[in-house]
Design a protein around this ligand. Structure first.
Ligand code: ADP
Ligand code: MG
Length: 729
């Protein structure tokens, strides 16, 4: 007898092998991305209608929410006085006792096409009375069957599949196909089919109380009851997460075993001297991160570590410690920042921190020379640039700070030992890889990527699972927390400007950030100009107000920033160009106009521009409470979260809750296509279980030679481009 069918085998079986897949159906399925039986079996129901909990229409009380099953009897549509379409549907209850119900849909003209007489549907909504008749307004509708053949499924749980209106394939047709695929796998008479292969070791399943794969597939598509659906979901969620984690852990172990980087001297004097000379002690979190990094750097394989830390957590000194490890062993360090402003600030700050440091140099009389920190951006003048390039290649520059100018052609290092990438999410994969892959074939440097846009730990484990992660989860002491307020309406906005005038009178400075206009630098710049003009003519008349936006020429930008830094400007009206890295400790007020247009992470970044000095700071989020607006609820949740907390990790959790993980996975795509059921927020504990199981499996058997089915699944799911991506990231 043949062995049970693996997922890989299912993926090589075309759906057309199933009975009743006509050309039309095959085409419709293909349009939905379903060509193999594996695609079909992992096309999971979107929701379920639990008929055991359906009410008869007469049972529902006024204003009570309920689910009823109905058959449509008539559909009409008309225009209301204010020119909206109104679709009126008359329906009869299917449950015992029948009953009649009217469904009224506003602004959903397509309902007229969807709900033809004879169709059976599950309707969920609030019962109202209108002129003595029972009705629901804009209820949730799932069409169950529309061919007039009567309810086909006698089971109590009806799966509702994501269906494609365009392709014209309905949920019961999908259900029937899945049912056939499952029946043929297990065999008509039980035990006569080949059954489903289960690639996960039985011990792992037992430890986590998970059911076998075959039972899970049956339970997700045709559950006996909702408890069966839940146990099925748990198992399949685990599988999805396990595959991603096995891919990530295996890749990490593979690199560790096969890549040779620079083995750094970790007992040199520079890091210790640096710590002693800092005007402040490192926080506990910083010390821990430095220790881990130094430990990584002493190993044979290159470090690949992510440093997550909120704005102001002090990532820079951790980065400098890493760069110094390279320098003390005779190598070089590079720090790449996403903007020129940020690179210049880092250059100034790092040169200051390392003033007076020396490195060994046999060519000199004293046997040492000053440690040299250079800047390389496209703004650096040609002659200086040539000098820097020559000295980088010759080894006379120890640390170089720059923008993507660092990865342009013609930039050669004598020996690049550590590369740090600040605000890594602002760089593309290729750019990050370019700094690491040395064109001359010298060993790859150790890499530290930093981000001030933290994501929750379990999410990081999935998105960055092949990186080691350090977290700076505490701010240096002595900071005055930033007070955040939400200004709604004109009267409140007036008090915002009053505070700006107040603070300026006391010698402080303020930022005004103009509305975000996606995709258009030009419009955004214009809106900033308009805001600037309006404020200087009105609320901020008499103050020195500067303007900064992306369309200004570099020297102009530089001049404005220099003026603001030096206190020659009181207020800076800007676009989001100031989001990253601007550091003016005297600025105490941040005003974000139309704050609802920004995401949580971006607002948090912007807020981080103040609260950098000894003075108490305020952040104002100016936003009219939008009503009628579709995502008004979301934007008010975002703004409330910012008012409530300044903890970036808490905000990241809220962000994940509000936006879902789609946006997260855009960053790195590992297994993205495979997370069909799993949710990084809902299934947090399963991420941890899967990580642990993956580590156990891979550490025990790095080439997965005793888990061929699992290996095949991972290869199948981590698609080719992702695998390539993995190698580059
Ligand atoms: P970020 O993590 O946002 O990059 P920075 O590295 O720019 O933060 O540090 C923010 C500020 O905090 C800097 O002015 C830095 O000098 C200061 N700082 C960093 N570490 C400490 C510490 N341990 N104690 C006090 N101040 C610190
Ligand atoms: Mg920083």
């Amino acid at each position: 007898m043949s062995p049970p069918i693996t997922l890989a085998e299912f993926s090589s079986m075309p759906v057309t092998k199933l009975k009743g897949v006509s050309d039309r159906k095959a085409k419709a399925l293909a349009e939905m991305g379903i060509t193999s039986l594996a695609d079909l079996l992992t096309h999971y129901p979107r929701r379920y209608v639990d008929r055991s909990r359906e009410a008869s229409i007469d049972e529902l009380e006024r204003d009570e929410q309920g689910l009823v099953l109905v058959r449509i009897t008539s559909v009409t549509s008309r225009r209301t006085r204010n020119r909206r379409t109104m679709v009126l549907v008359e329906a009869a209850g299917l449950a015992e006792g029948g009953g009649r119900l009217r469904l009224t849909f506003f602004n959903q003209p397509w309902r007229e096409r969807q709900l033809r007489p004879g169709i059976e549907a599950a309707v969920f909504g609030k019962l109202e009375y209108f002129r003595g008749q029972r009705q629901m307004t804009n209820p949730v509708v799932d069409v169950i069957r529309d061919d007039g053949a009567g309810s086909q499924r006698t089971g109590r749980i009806v799966p509702i599949y994501p269906q494609s209106e365009k392709a014209g394939l309905n949920t019961w047709e999908l259900a029937a196909l899945v049912e056939e695929a499952i029946a043929r796998t297990v065999g008509r008479a039980s035990g006569t089919g080949r059954g489903f292969a289960d690639p996960v070791p039985a011990a792992v399943l037992r430890r986590h109380g998970l059911v076998d794969r075959g039972r899970a597939l049956r339970g997700i598509h045709a559950p006996e009851d909702m408890a069966a659906q839940q146990e099925a979901r748990r198992r399949l969620v685990f599988d999805e997460l396990l595959r991603v984690q096995v891919a990530l852990v295996a890749r990490k172990r593979h690199l560790e075993a096969t890549t040779r980087g620079v083995t750094h001297t970790t007992d040199g004097p520079l890091v210790e001297r640096f710590r002693e000379r800092l005007p402040f002690p490192l926080t506990r979190a910083q010390q821990k991160a430095v220790d881990r990094i130094v430990d990584d750097l002493g190993r044979r394989y290159p470090m690949h570590r992510l440093l997550q830390g909120d704005v102001g957590a002090g990532k820079t000194v951790v980065a400098v410690a890493a760069l110094l490890v390279a320098v003390q062993g005779g190598h070089q360090g590079a720090l790449m920042a996403p903007t020129e402003v940020l690179a210049e600030q880092h250059h100034i700050g790092i040169a200051e921190l390392l003033a007076g440091f020396t490195v060994g140099d046999e060519a000199t009389l004293m046997g040492e020379r000053p440690l040299r920190v250079a800047l390389l951006t496209n703004r650096v003048a040609a002659a200086e640039r040539r000098r820097v390039l020559a000295d980088l290649a010759g080894g006379a520059v120890d640390i170089v700070v720059g923008t993507h100018a660092l990865i342009q052609e013609g930039v050669d290092f004598a020996s690049l030992g550590v590369a740090v990438i600040d605000e890594q999410h602002r760089f593309g994969v290729e750019q990050r890889a370019a700094l690491r892959d040395r064109p001359d074939g010298s060993p790859p440097p150790d890499v530290l990527v930093m981000t001030a846009t933290p994501i929750p730990r379990t999410a990081a484990m999935t998105v960055y699972g092949d990186l080691d992660v350090s977290i700076l989860d505490e701010l240096p002491p002595g900071r005055t927390p930033i007070v955040t307020r939400w200004a709604r309406g004109e009267a409140e906005e007036e008090s915002v400007w009053a505070q700006v005038r107040d603070e300026v009178a006391q010698g402080r400075q303020a930022y005004v950030v103009c509305p975000l206009i996606e995709e258009s630098d030009r419009l955004e710049a214009r809106s900033a100009e308009e805001t600037h003009d309006r404020l200087t003519a009105g609320e901020l008349a008499g103050l020195r107000v500067g303007l900064l936006h992306g369309r200004l020429k570099a020297p102009q930008k530089e001049e404005v920033m220099a003026d603001f830094r030096a206190g020659r400007l009181d207020v800076l009206v800007a676009t989001t160009v100031i989001e990253v890295g601007v550091d003016v400790p005297n600025a105490t007020v941040m005003i974000v106009l139309d704050a609802d247009r920004f995401g949580i992470a971006q607002l948090h970044q912007l807020r981080g521009r103040v609260g950098r000095g000894a003075h108490a700071s305020t952040c104002w989020l100016v936003s009219e409470p939008g009503d009628g607006d579709e995502d008004a609820g979301d934007s008010s949740a975002r703004l409330s979260a910012l008012v409530e907390t300044t903890d970036g990790f808490k905000l990241a959790e809220v962000d994940l809750d509000l936006r879902g993980e789609g946006t997260l996975m855009g960053e790195r795509q590992t297994g993205r296509n495979d997370l069909k059921l799993a949710s990084l927020r809902r299934d947090k504990e399963w991420v941890l279980h899967a990580r642990e199981a993956a580590s156990d499996i891979v550490d025990d058997d790095p080439s997965l030679s005793s888990h061929p089915d699992l290996a095949a699944e991972v290869e199948l799911i981590v698609a080719e481009e992702d695998a390539e991506f993995l190698l580059k990231s």
